[in-house]
Every structure is written in C-alpha cells, then in structure tokens.
Design a protein around this ligand. Sequence first.
Ligand code: ADP
Ligand code: MG
Length: 523
Amino acid sequence: MSALRVLVVDREPVVITTARAMLNQLEYKVLAADTGFKGLELIRTHRPDIVIADVQMPTMNGLEFLQEARAIDPDVVAILITAHQTSAKVREAMKQGAFDILEKPLRMGPVLRAAERAAIRRRQLVQRRRVETLARQVNKELKLSGLFACLRKELAHSLGVRLFSVFLYDTPTDALTLACSNHVPKAQGKENISIGLEGPMRTAIKTRAPVIVSRFANSRWRQTAKQRERRYHDDTSATLPLIVGDELIGVLNLNDKVEPPEGFEEIDVSYLLIAAEHIASAIAVRQQTGRLSAALEELRAAQNQLAAESRARAKFIERVITNQEEERRRISRELHDEAGQWLTSLIAGLGSLESSTQEYETRDKAIRLRRLSQFTLDEIRRVSRGLRPTALDSMGLEGALQQLSDEFVGTHPAHVDIEMSGLTGRRLPEAIEITLYRAVQEALTNVAKHASAAVISIVIDRQQDRVRAIIEDDGVGFEVKRANGGLGIVGIRERVESLHGSLQIESHPGEGAALVIDIPVSA
Ligand SMILES: Nc1ncnc2c1ncn2[C@@H]1O[C@H](COP(=O)(O)OP(=O)(O)O)[C@@H](O)[C@H]1O
Ligand SMILES: [Mg+2]
C-alpha cells in the first residue's frame, strides 16, 4: 500500500479544489467526483481509504451515498460535510456510520485533524480485517506443516512486512529452532539458532514483551546494524514473543515494514500482538494434536504387536499341545502294541513251559517269570493308558472319567462323587474331550499330592453351546495367588484358553479347592 487515497465527493468544484489543496499537505492522494454515482464508481475501481462527501447533493444525498459506499467497502472511513452542523444531523450521520462531520466552508485545521484521525481508523480497520482473514486461513490447516505453509504464503502480507521468521523455543535447552520463514532459504526446522546473550530475540524471550526497533543504527543493537544491512532493506524490526497461557513457545520476527508510515507505531504493535497471539495458539494446538496423534499411533502399533504376539503364542501352544498328544499316542501305541505283544507271547510261552516241564525248579522259575511278566504287562498297560486315554476312544468321555475316578478311589483313601450330564449319546470335539480328561487327571493328582481331602466332587455339565467342569475337594486349600511354580494348573489353563475357554480357581487355606472350567462348544 502506498499513499493513502482520499475521495472527495461534492458538486461544488471549489470545495474539491480546497480539499485537494489541504490534503496534499498530508501527501494523500486525492480523487474527486461531483456526484454520488460517480463517487461510487471510483470506490469500486480505486478503493479509496477515506471518503469525504457533502450531505447536500442532488439525486443522491450524502447519507444515501454513505450507505452505498459501505456496501462496496465496509472498511471505508467516511467524513461528511454539512453547511450547518446541527446536533440532529450529526447524530443521524453517525448512526449511518459516518466517522466524522466537517462544516462548510472547509478550514485547514479541522480538515487535517479529521483526515489524520480517519487515516488511523482506516489502518485499524484494515489491520483488523487482515488478522481475521489470517486467523480464518490458519484455522483451516489441521497440521503444523500446513499451518507453516499457510504462514509462508500469507503472513508477510497480512502484517504489512516484507520478511518474517517464526522460531520455536525449547525451554529446557534454551534453544530456538527456525520453524518457518519467507526468506531464510532451506534448512527450515533444522537450523538451530543459538540465541546470543544480546539482541532483540533474547530480550523478547527474557521480558516476554515485544521488542520494536525503528532504527537499528540508533538502537542498543547498533553493532549488528552493519551486518543487518546485507539482509534487510530497511532498519525496522518487530520481535514478538509467542505465548500460550504461561508458556513461551517461540518468537516471531518481522523485518522491513512495507507500508507507510516508516517504523512501527503503537497501533501497529497492538495489532501485531493480536496476530502473534493467534499464531501462537494455532501452533500450540497443532503441536498438541501432533503429539497426541503420534502417541496414539504408537499405542495402536504396540496394541497390534501385542495382539499379533498373543495370536502367535496361542497358535504355538495349540501346536505344542497337539504334538504332545500325538507323541503320547505314538508312545502309548508302541508300548501297547509292541512291548505288550512281546510280553503276551512271553507269558504264553512261559505258560506252556510251565505246563510241559516236570522239573520242579524249572516250573517254579517259569511261574515266577510268568507272574513278573504279567505284572510288567499290567504296568505297561497302565502307563500306556495314562499316556493316551484309550478309554476316551473306546468308552467316550463319560466312561473315561468314570474309569479315572474308579482308579483314584482304588488307590487313595478318599470318596469321589462324579456327576455327568448331557454327555450320553453325543461326543464333544476331540480336543475338548482330551482337555477335560487331562484337567480332571491333573486335578485328581493335585488332590492326592496336596489336599489331604476326604471327599472329591466332579461335575461335568454339557450344554448346547458349552461344557462346564467343576472339580472340588474338601482338603487343605491354598492361597491361589501364591500357588505358582507348578506346571499342572498352568498347563490346564493353557489347554483351556487355547480352546477359548476359561479356568477359575476358587480356594482359600483351610477351605478346600475348586477348579471351574468353562469351554465353548461350537454348534
Ligand atoms: N487341590 C489342591 N489343594 C491344595 N493345594 C493345591 C491344590 N491344587 C493345587 N494346589 C497348590 O497349587 C500349587 C500349584 O499346583 P500345580 O500347578 O498343579 O503344580 P504342582 O502340583 O506341580 O505343585 C501346588 O503346589 C499346591 O500348593
Ligand atoms: Mg499338580
């Protein structure tokens, strides 16, 4: 923006001539029109800053003209001229948005005073609108990078300077980083500027107040004035702290004021401060959002990794369990089929030797060897059954559990109450049957090892979509949280959970123990 433009609208040429002569003193550029219509046309084409218009004009009077003018440029500052200034007229004119009233004939003093005040008003209005526009544009950007790109494009123009730089301040290290500038080439966001002990930026950081320099050569920083000349055209600068709440987040540096008058004045500073406030909070909000979304991203990645790991673990456990069962089945079969067959033949051979020989000693040896072999065979069968519950294959879960319970009662001084429902006539999936069998097996082993129980109750209840097992004893009980170290319960849990089921242990010292297993059964 160069010299201020003033439009004078009056049908009397003498008024225009007088006004022009007076306003030229202020070095304003004067446009003139002798009717309201011509005046409006000039507003459209030349965008004057101030209009001075006569109230008494034919066809379109001053007040009508004012309304039309403000419709074209809401920030135009209007001064009306009247022949007789009455308070009613003044009130009416002000109501219509006039900024001031002058009386005919025009006198130099009032005209210049009114024009100067109008000029300041115009500057304020233009500045306000620019900051509003800037804030609107800045708010459209969601990311910090977008915000800086927007500032690079708009900020210098909005603040009426040629050059600007935004630095971000890091309190712990007392370091400034160049974040965005319209004149420092490359290295944006990388260049770390160590703040000297002196200089406007240091002062702005220390005082948290704007530092305005109108002539560097005369300022306390004149030693840097020479060096500045290479970079900057003129000698003006404004350094504004960027503050959000109580926190100093950076510094905004402005150089080379473009618009007259030379140097920043008080009204400029107050609007620069408003702009700095907008910029500071826009940066802070985007920094926060950025940090938040980075944290969220990290969290999501960790969650995904955790889920993947737990899936992999579940798969692994499932494979281990399957392999284990297969391996047991193989060993059990070997023992049963191979060793069992050999022993059976051996027993038969010993039997015939026993009946064919007459010699007492040989016969006696054969009998002992046959009994030993029979005992070994029984033992092998027992081990083989334990390894692979063939009872499951032949008798189903119900029969196999009954057998387990019978065996337990046969070898331990305890009573077992077993109650099963929903199992007759329909088989559960093999994996569930083995899991329940192993769980009851381990639970009974635990009772034998740890509980000193008199009564054990086993309840298996098969529903349509789930099966539930409760193995309860009236023994010494235990502190569930402390009972770690063993692999038995852990093993049950892993088997049950690999089938998407759950295991609960209810026990307290002196109050017996109960395992509650719940496994879903897909239809
Ligand atoms: N029915 C029970 N009565 C009392 N204590 C038990 C019972 N079942 C388990 N515990 C306790 O829980 C611990 C863990 O059991 P477990 O995981 O099977 O390992 P282990 O039997 O090899 O010790 C046992 O050492 C024991 O202290
Ligand atoms: Mg155990």
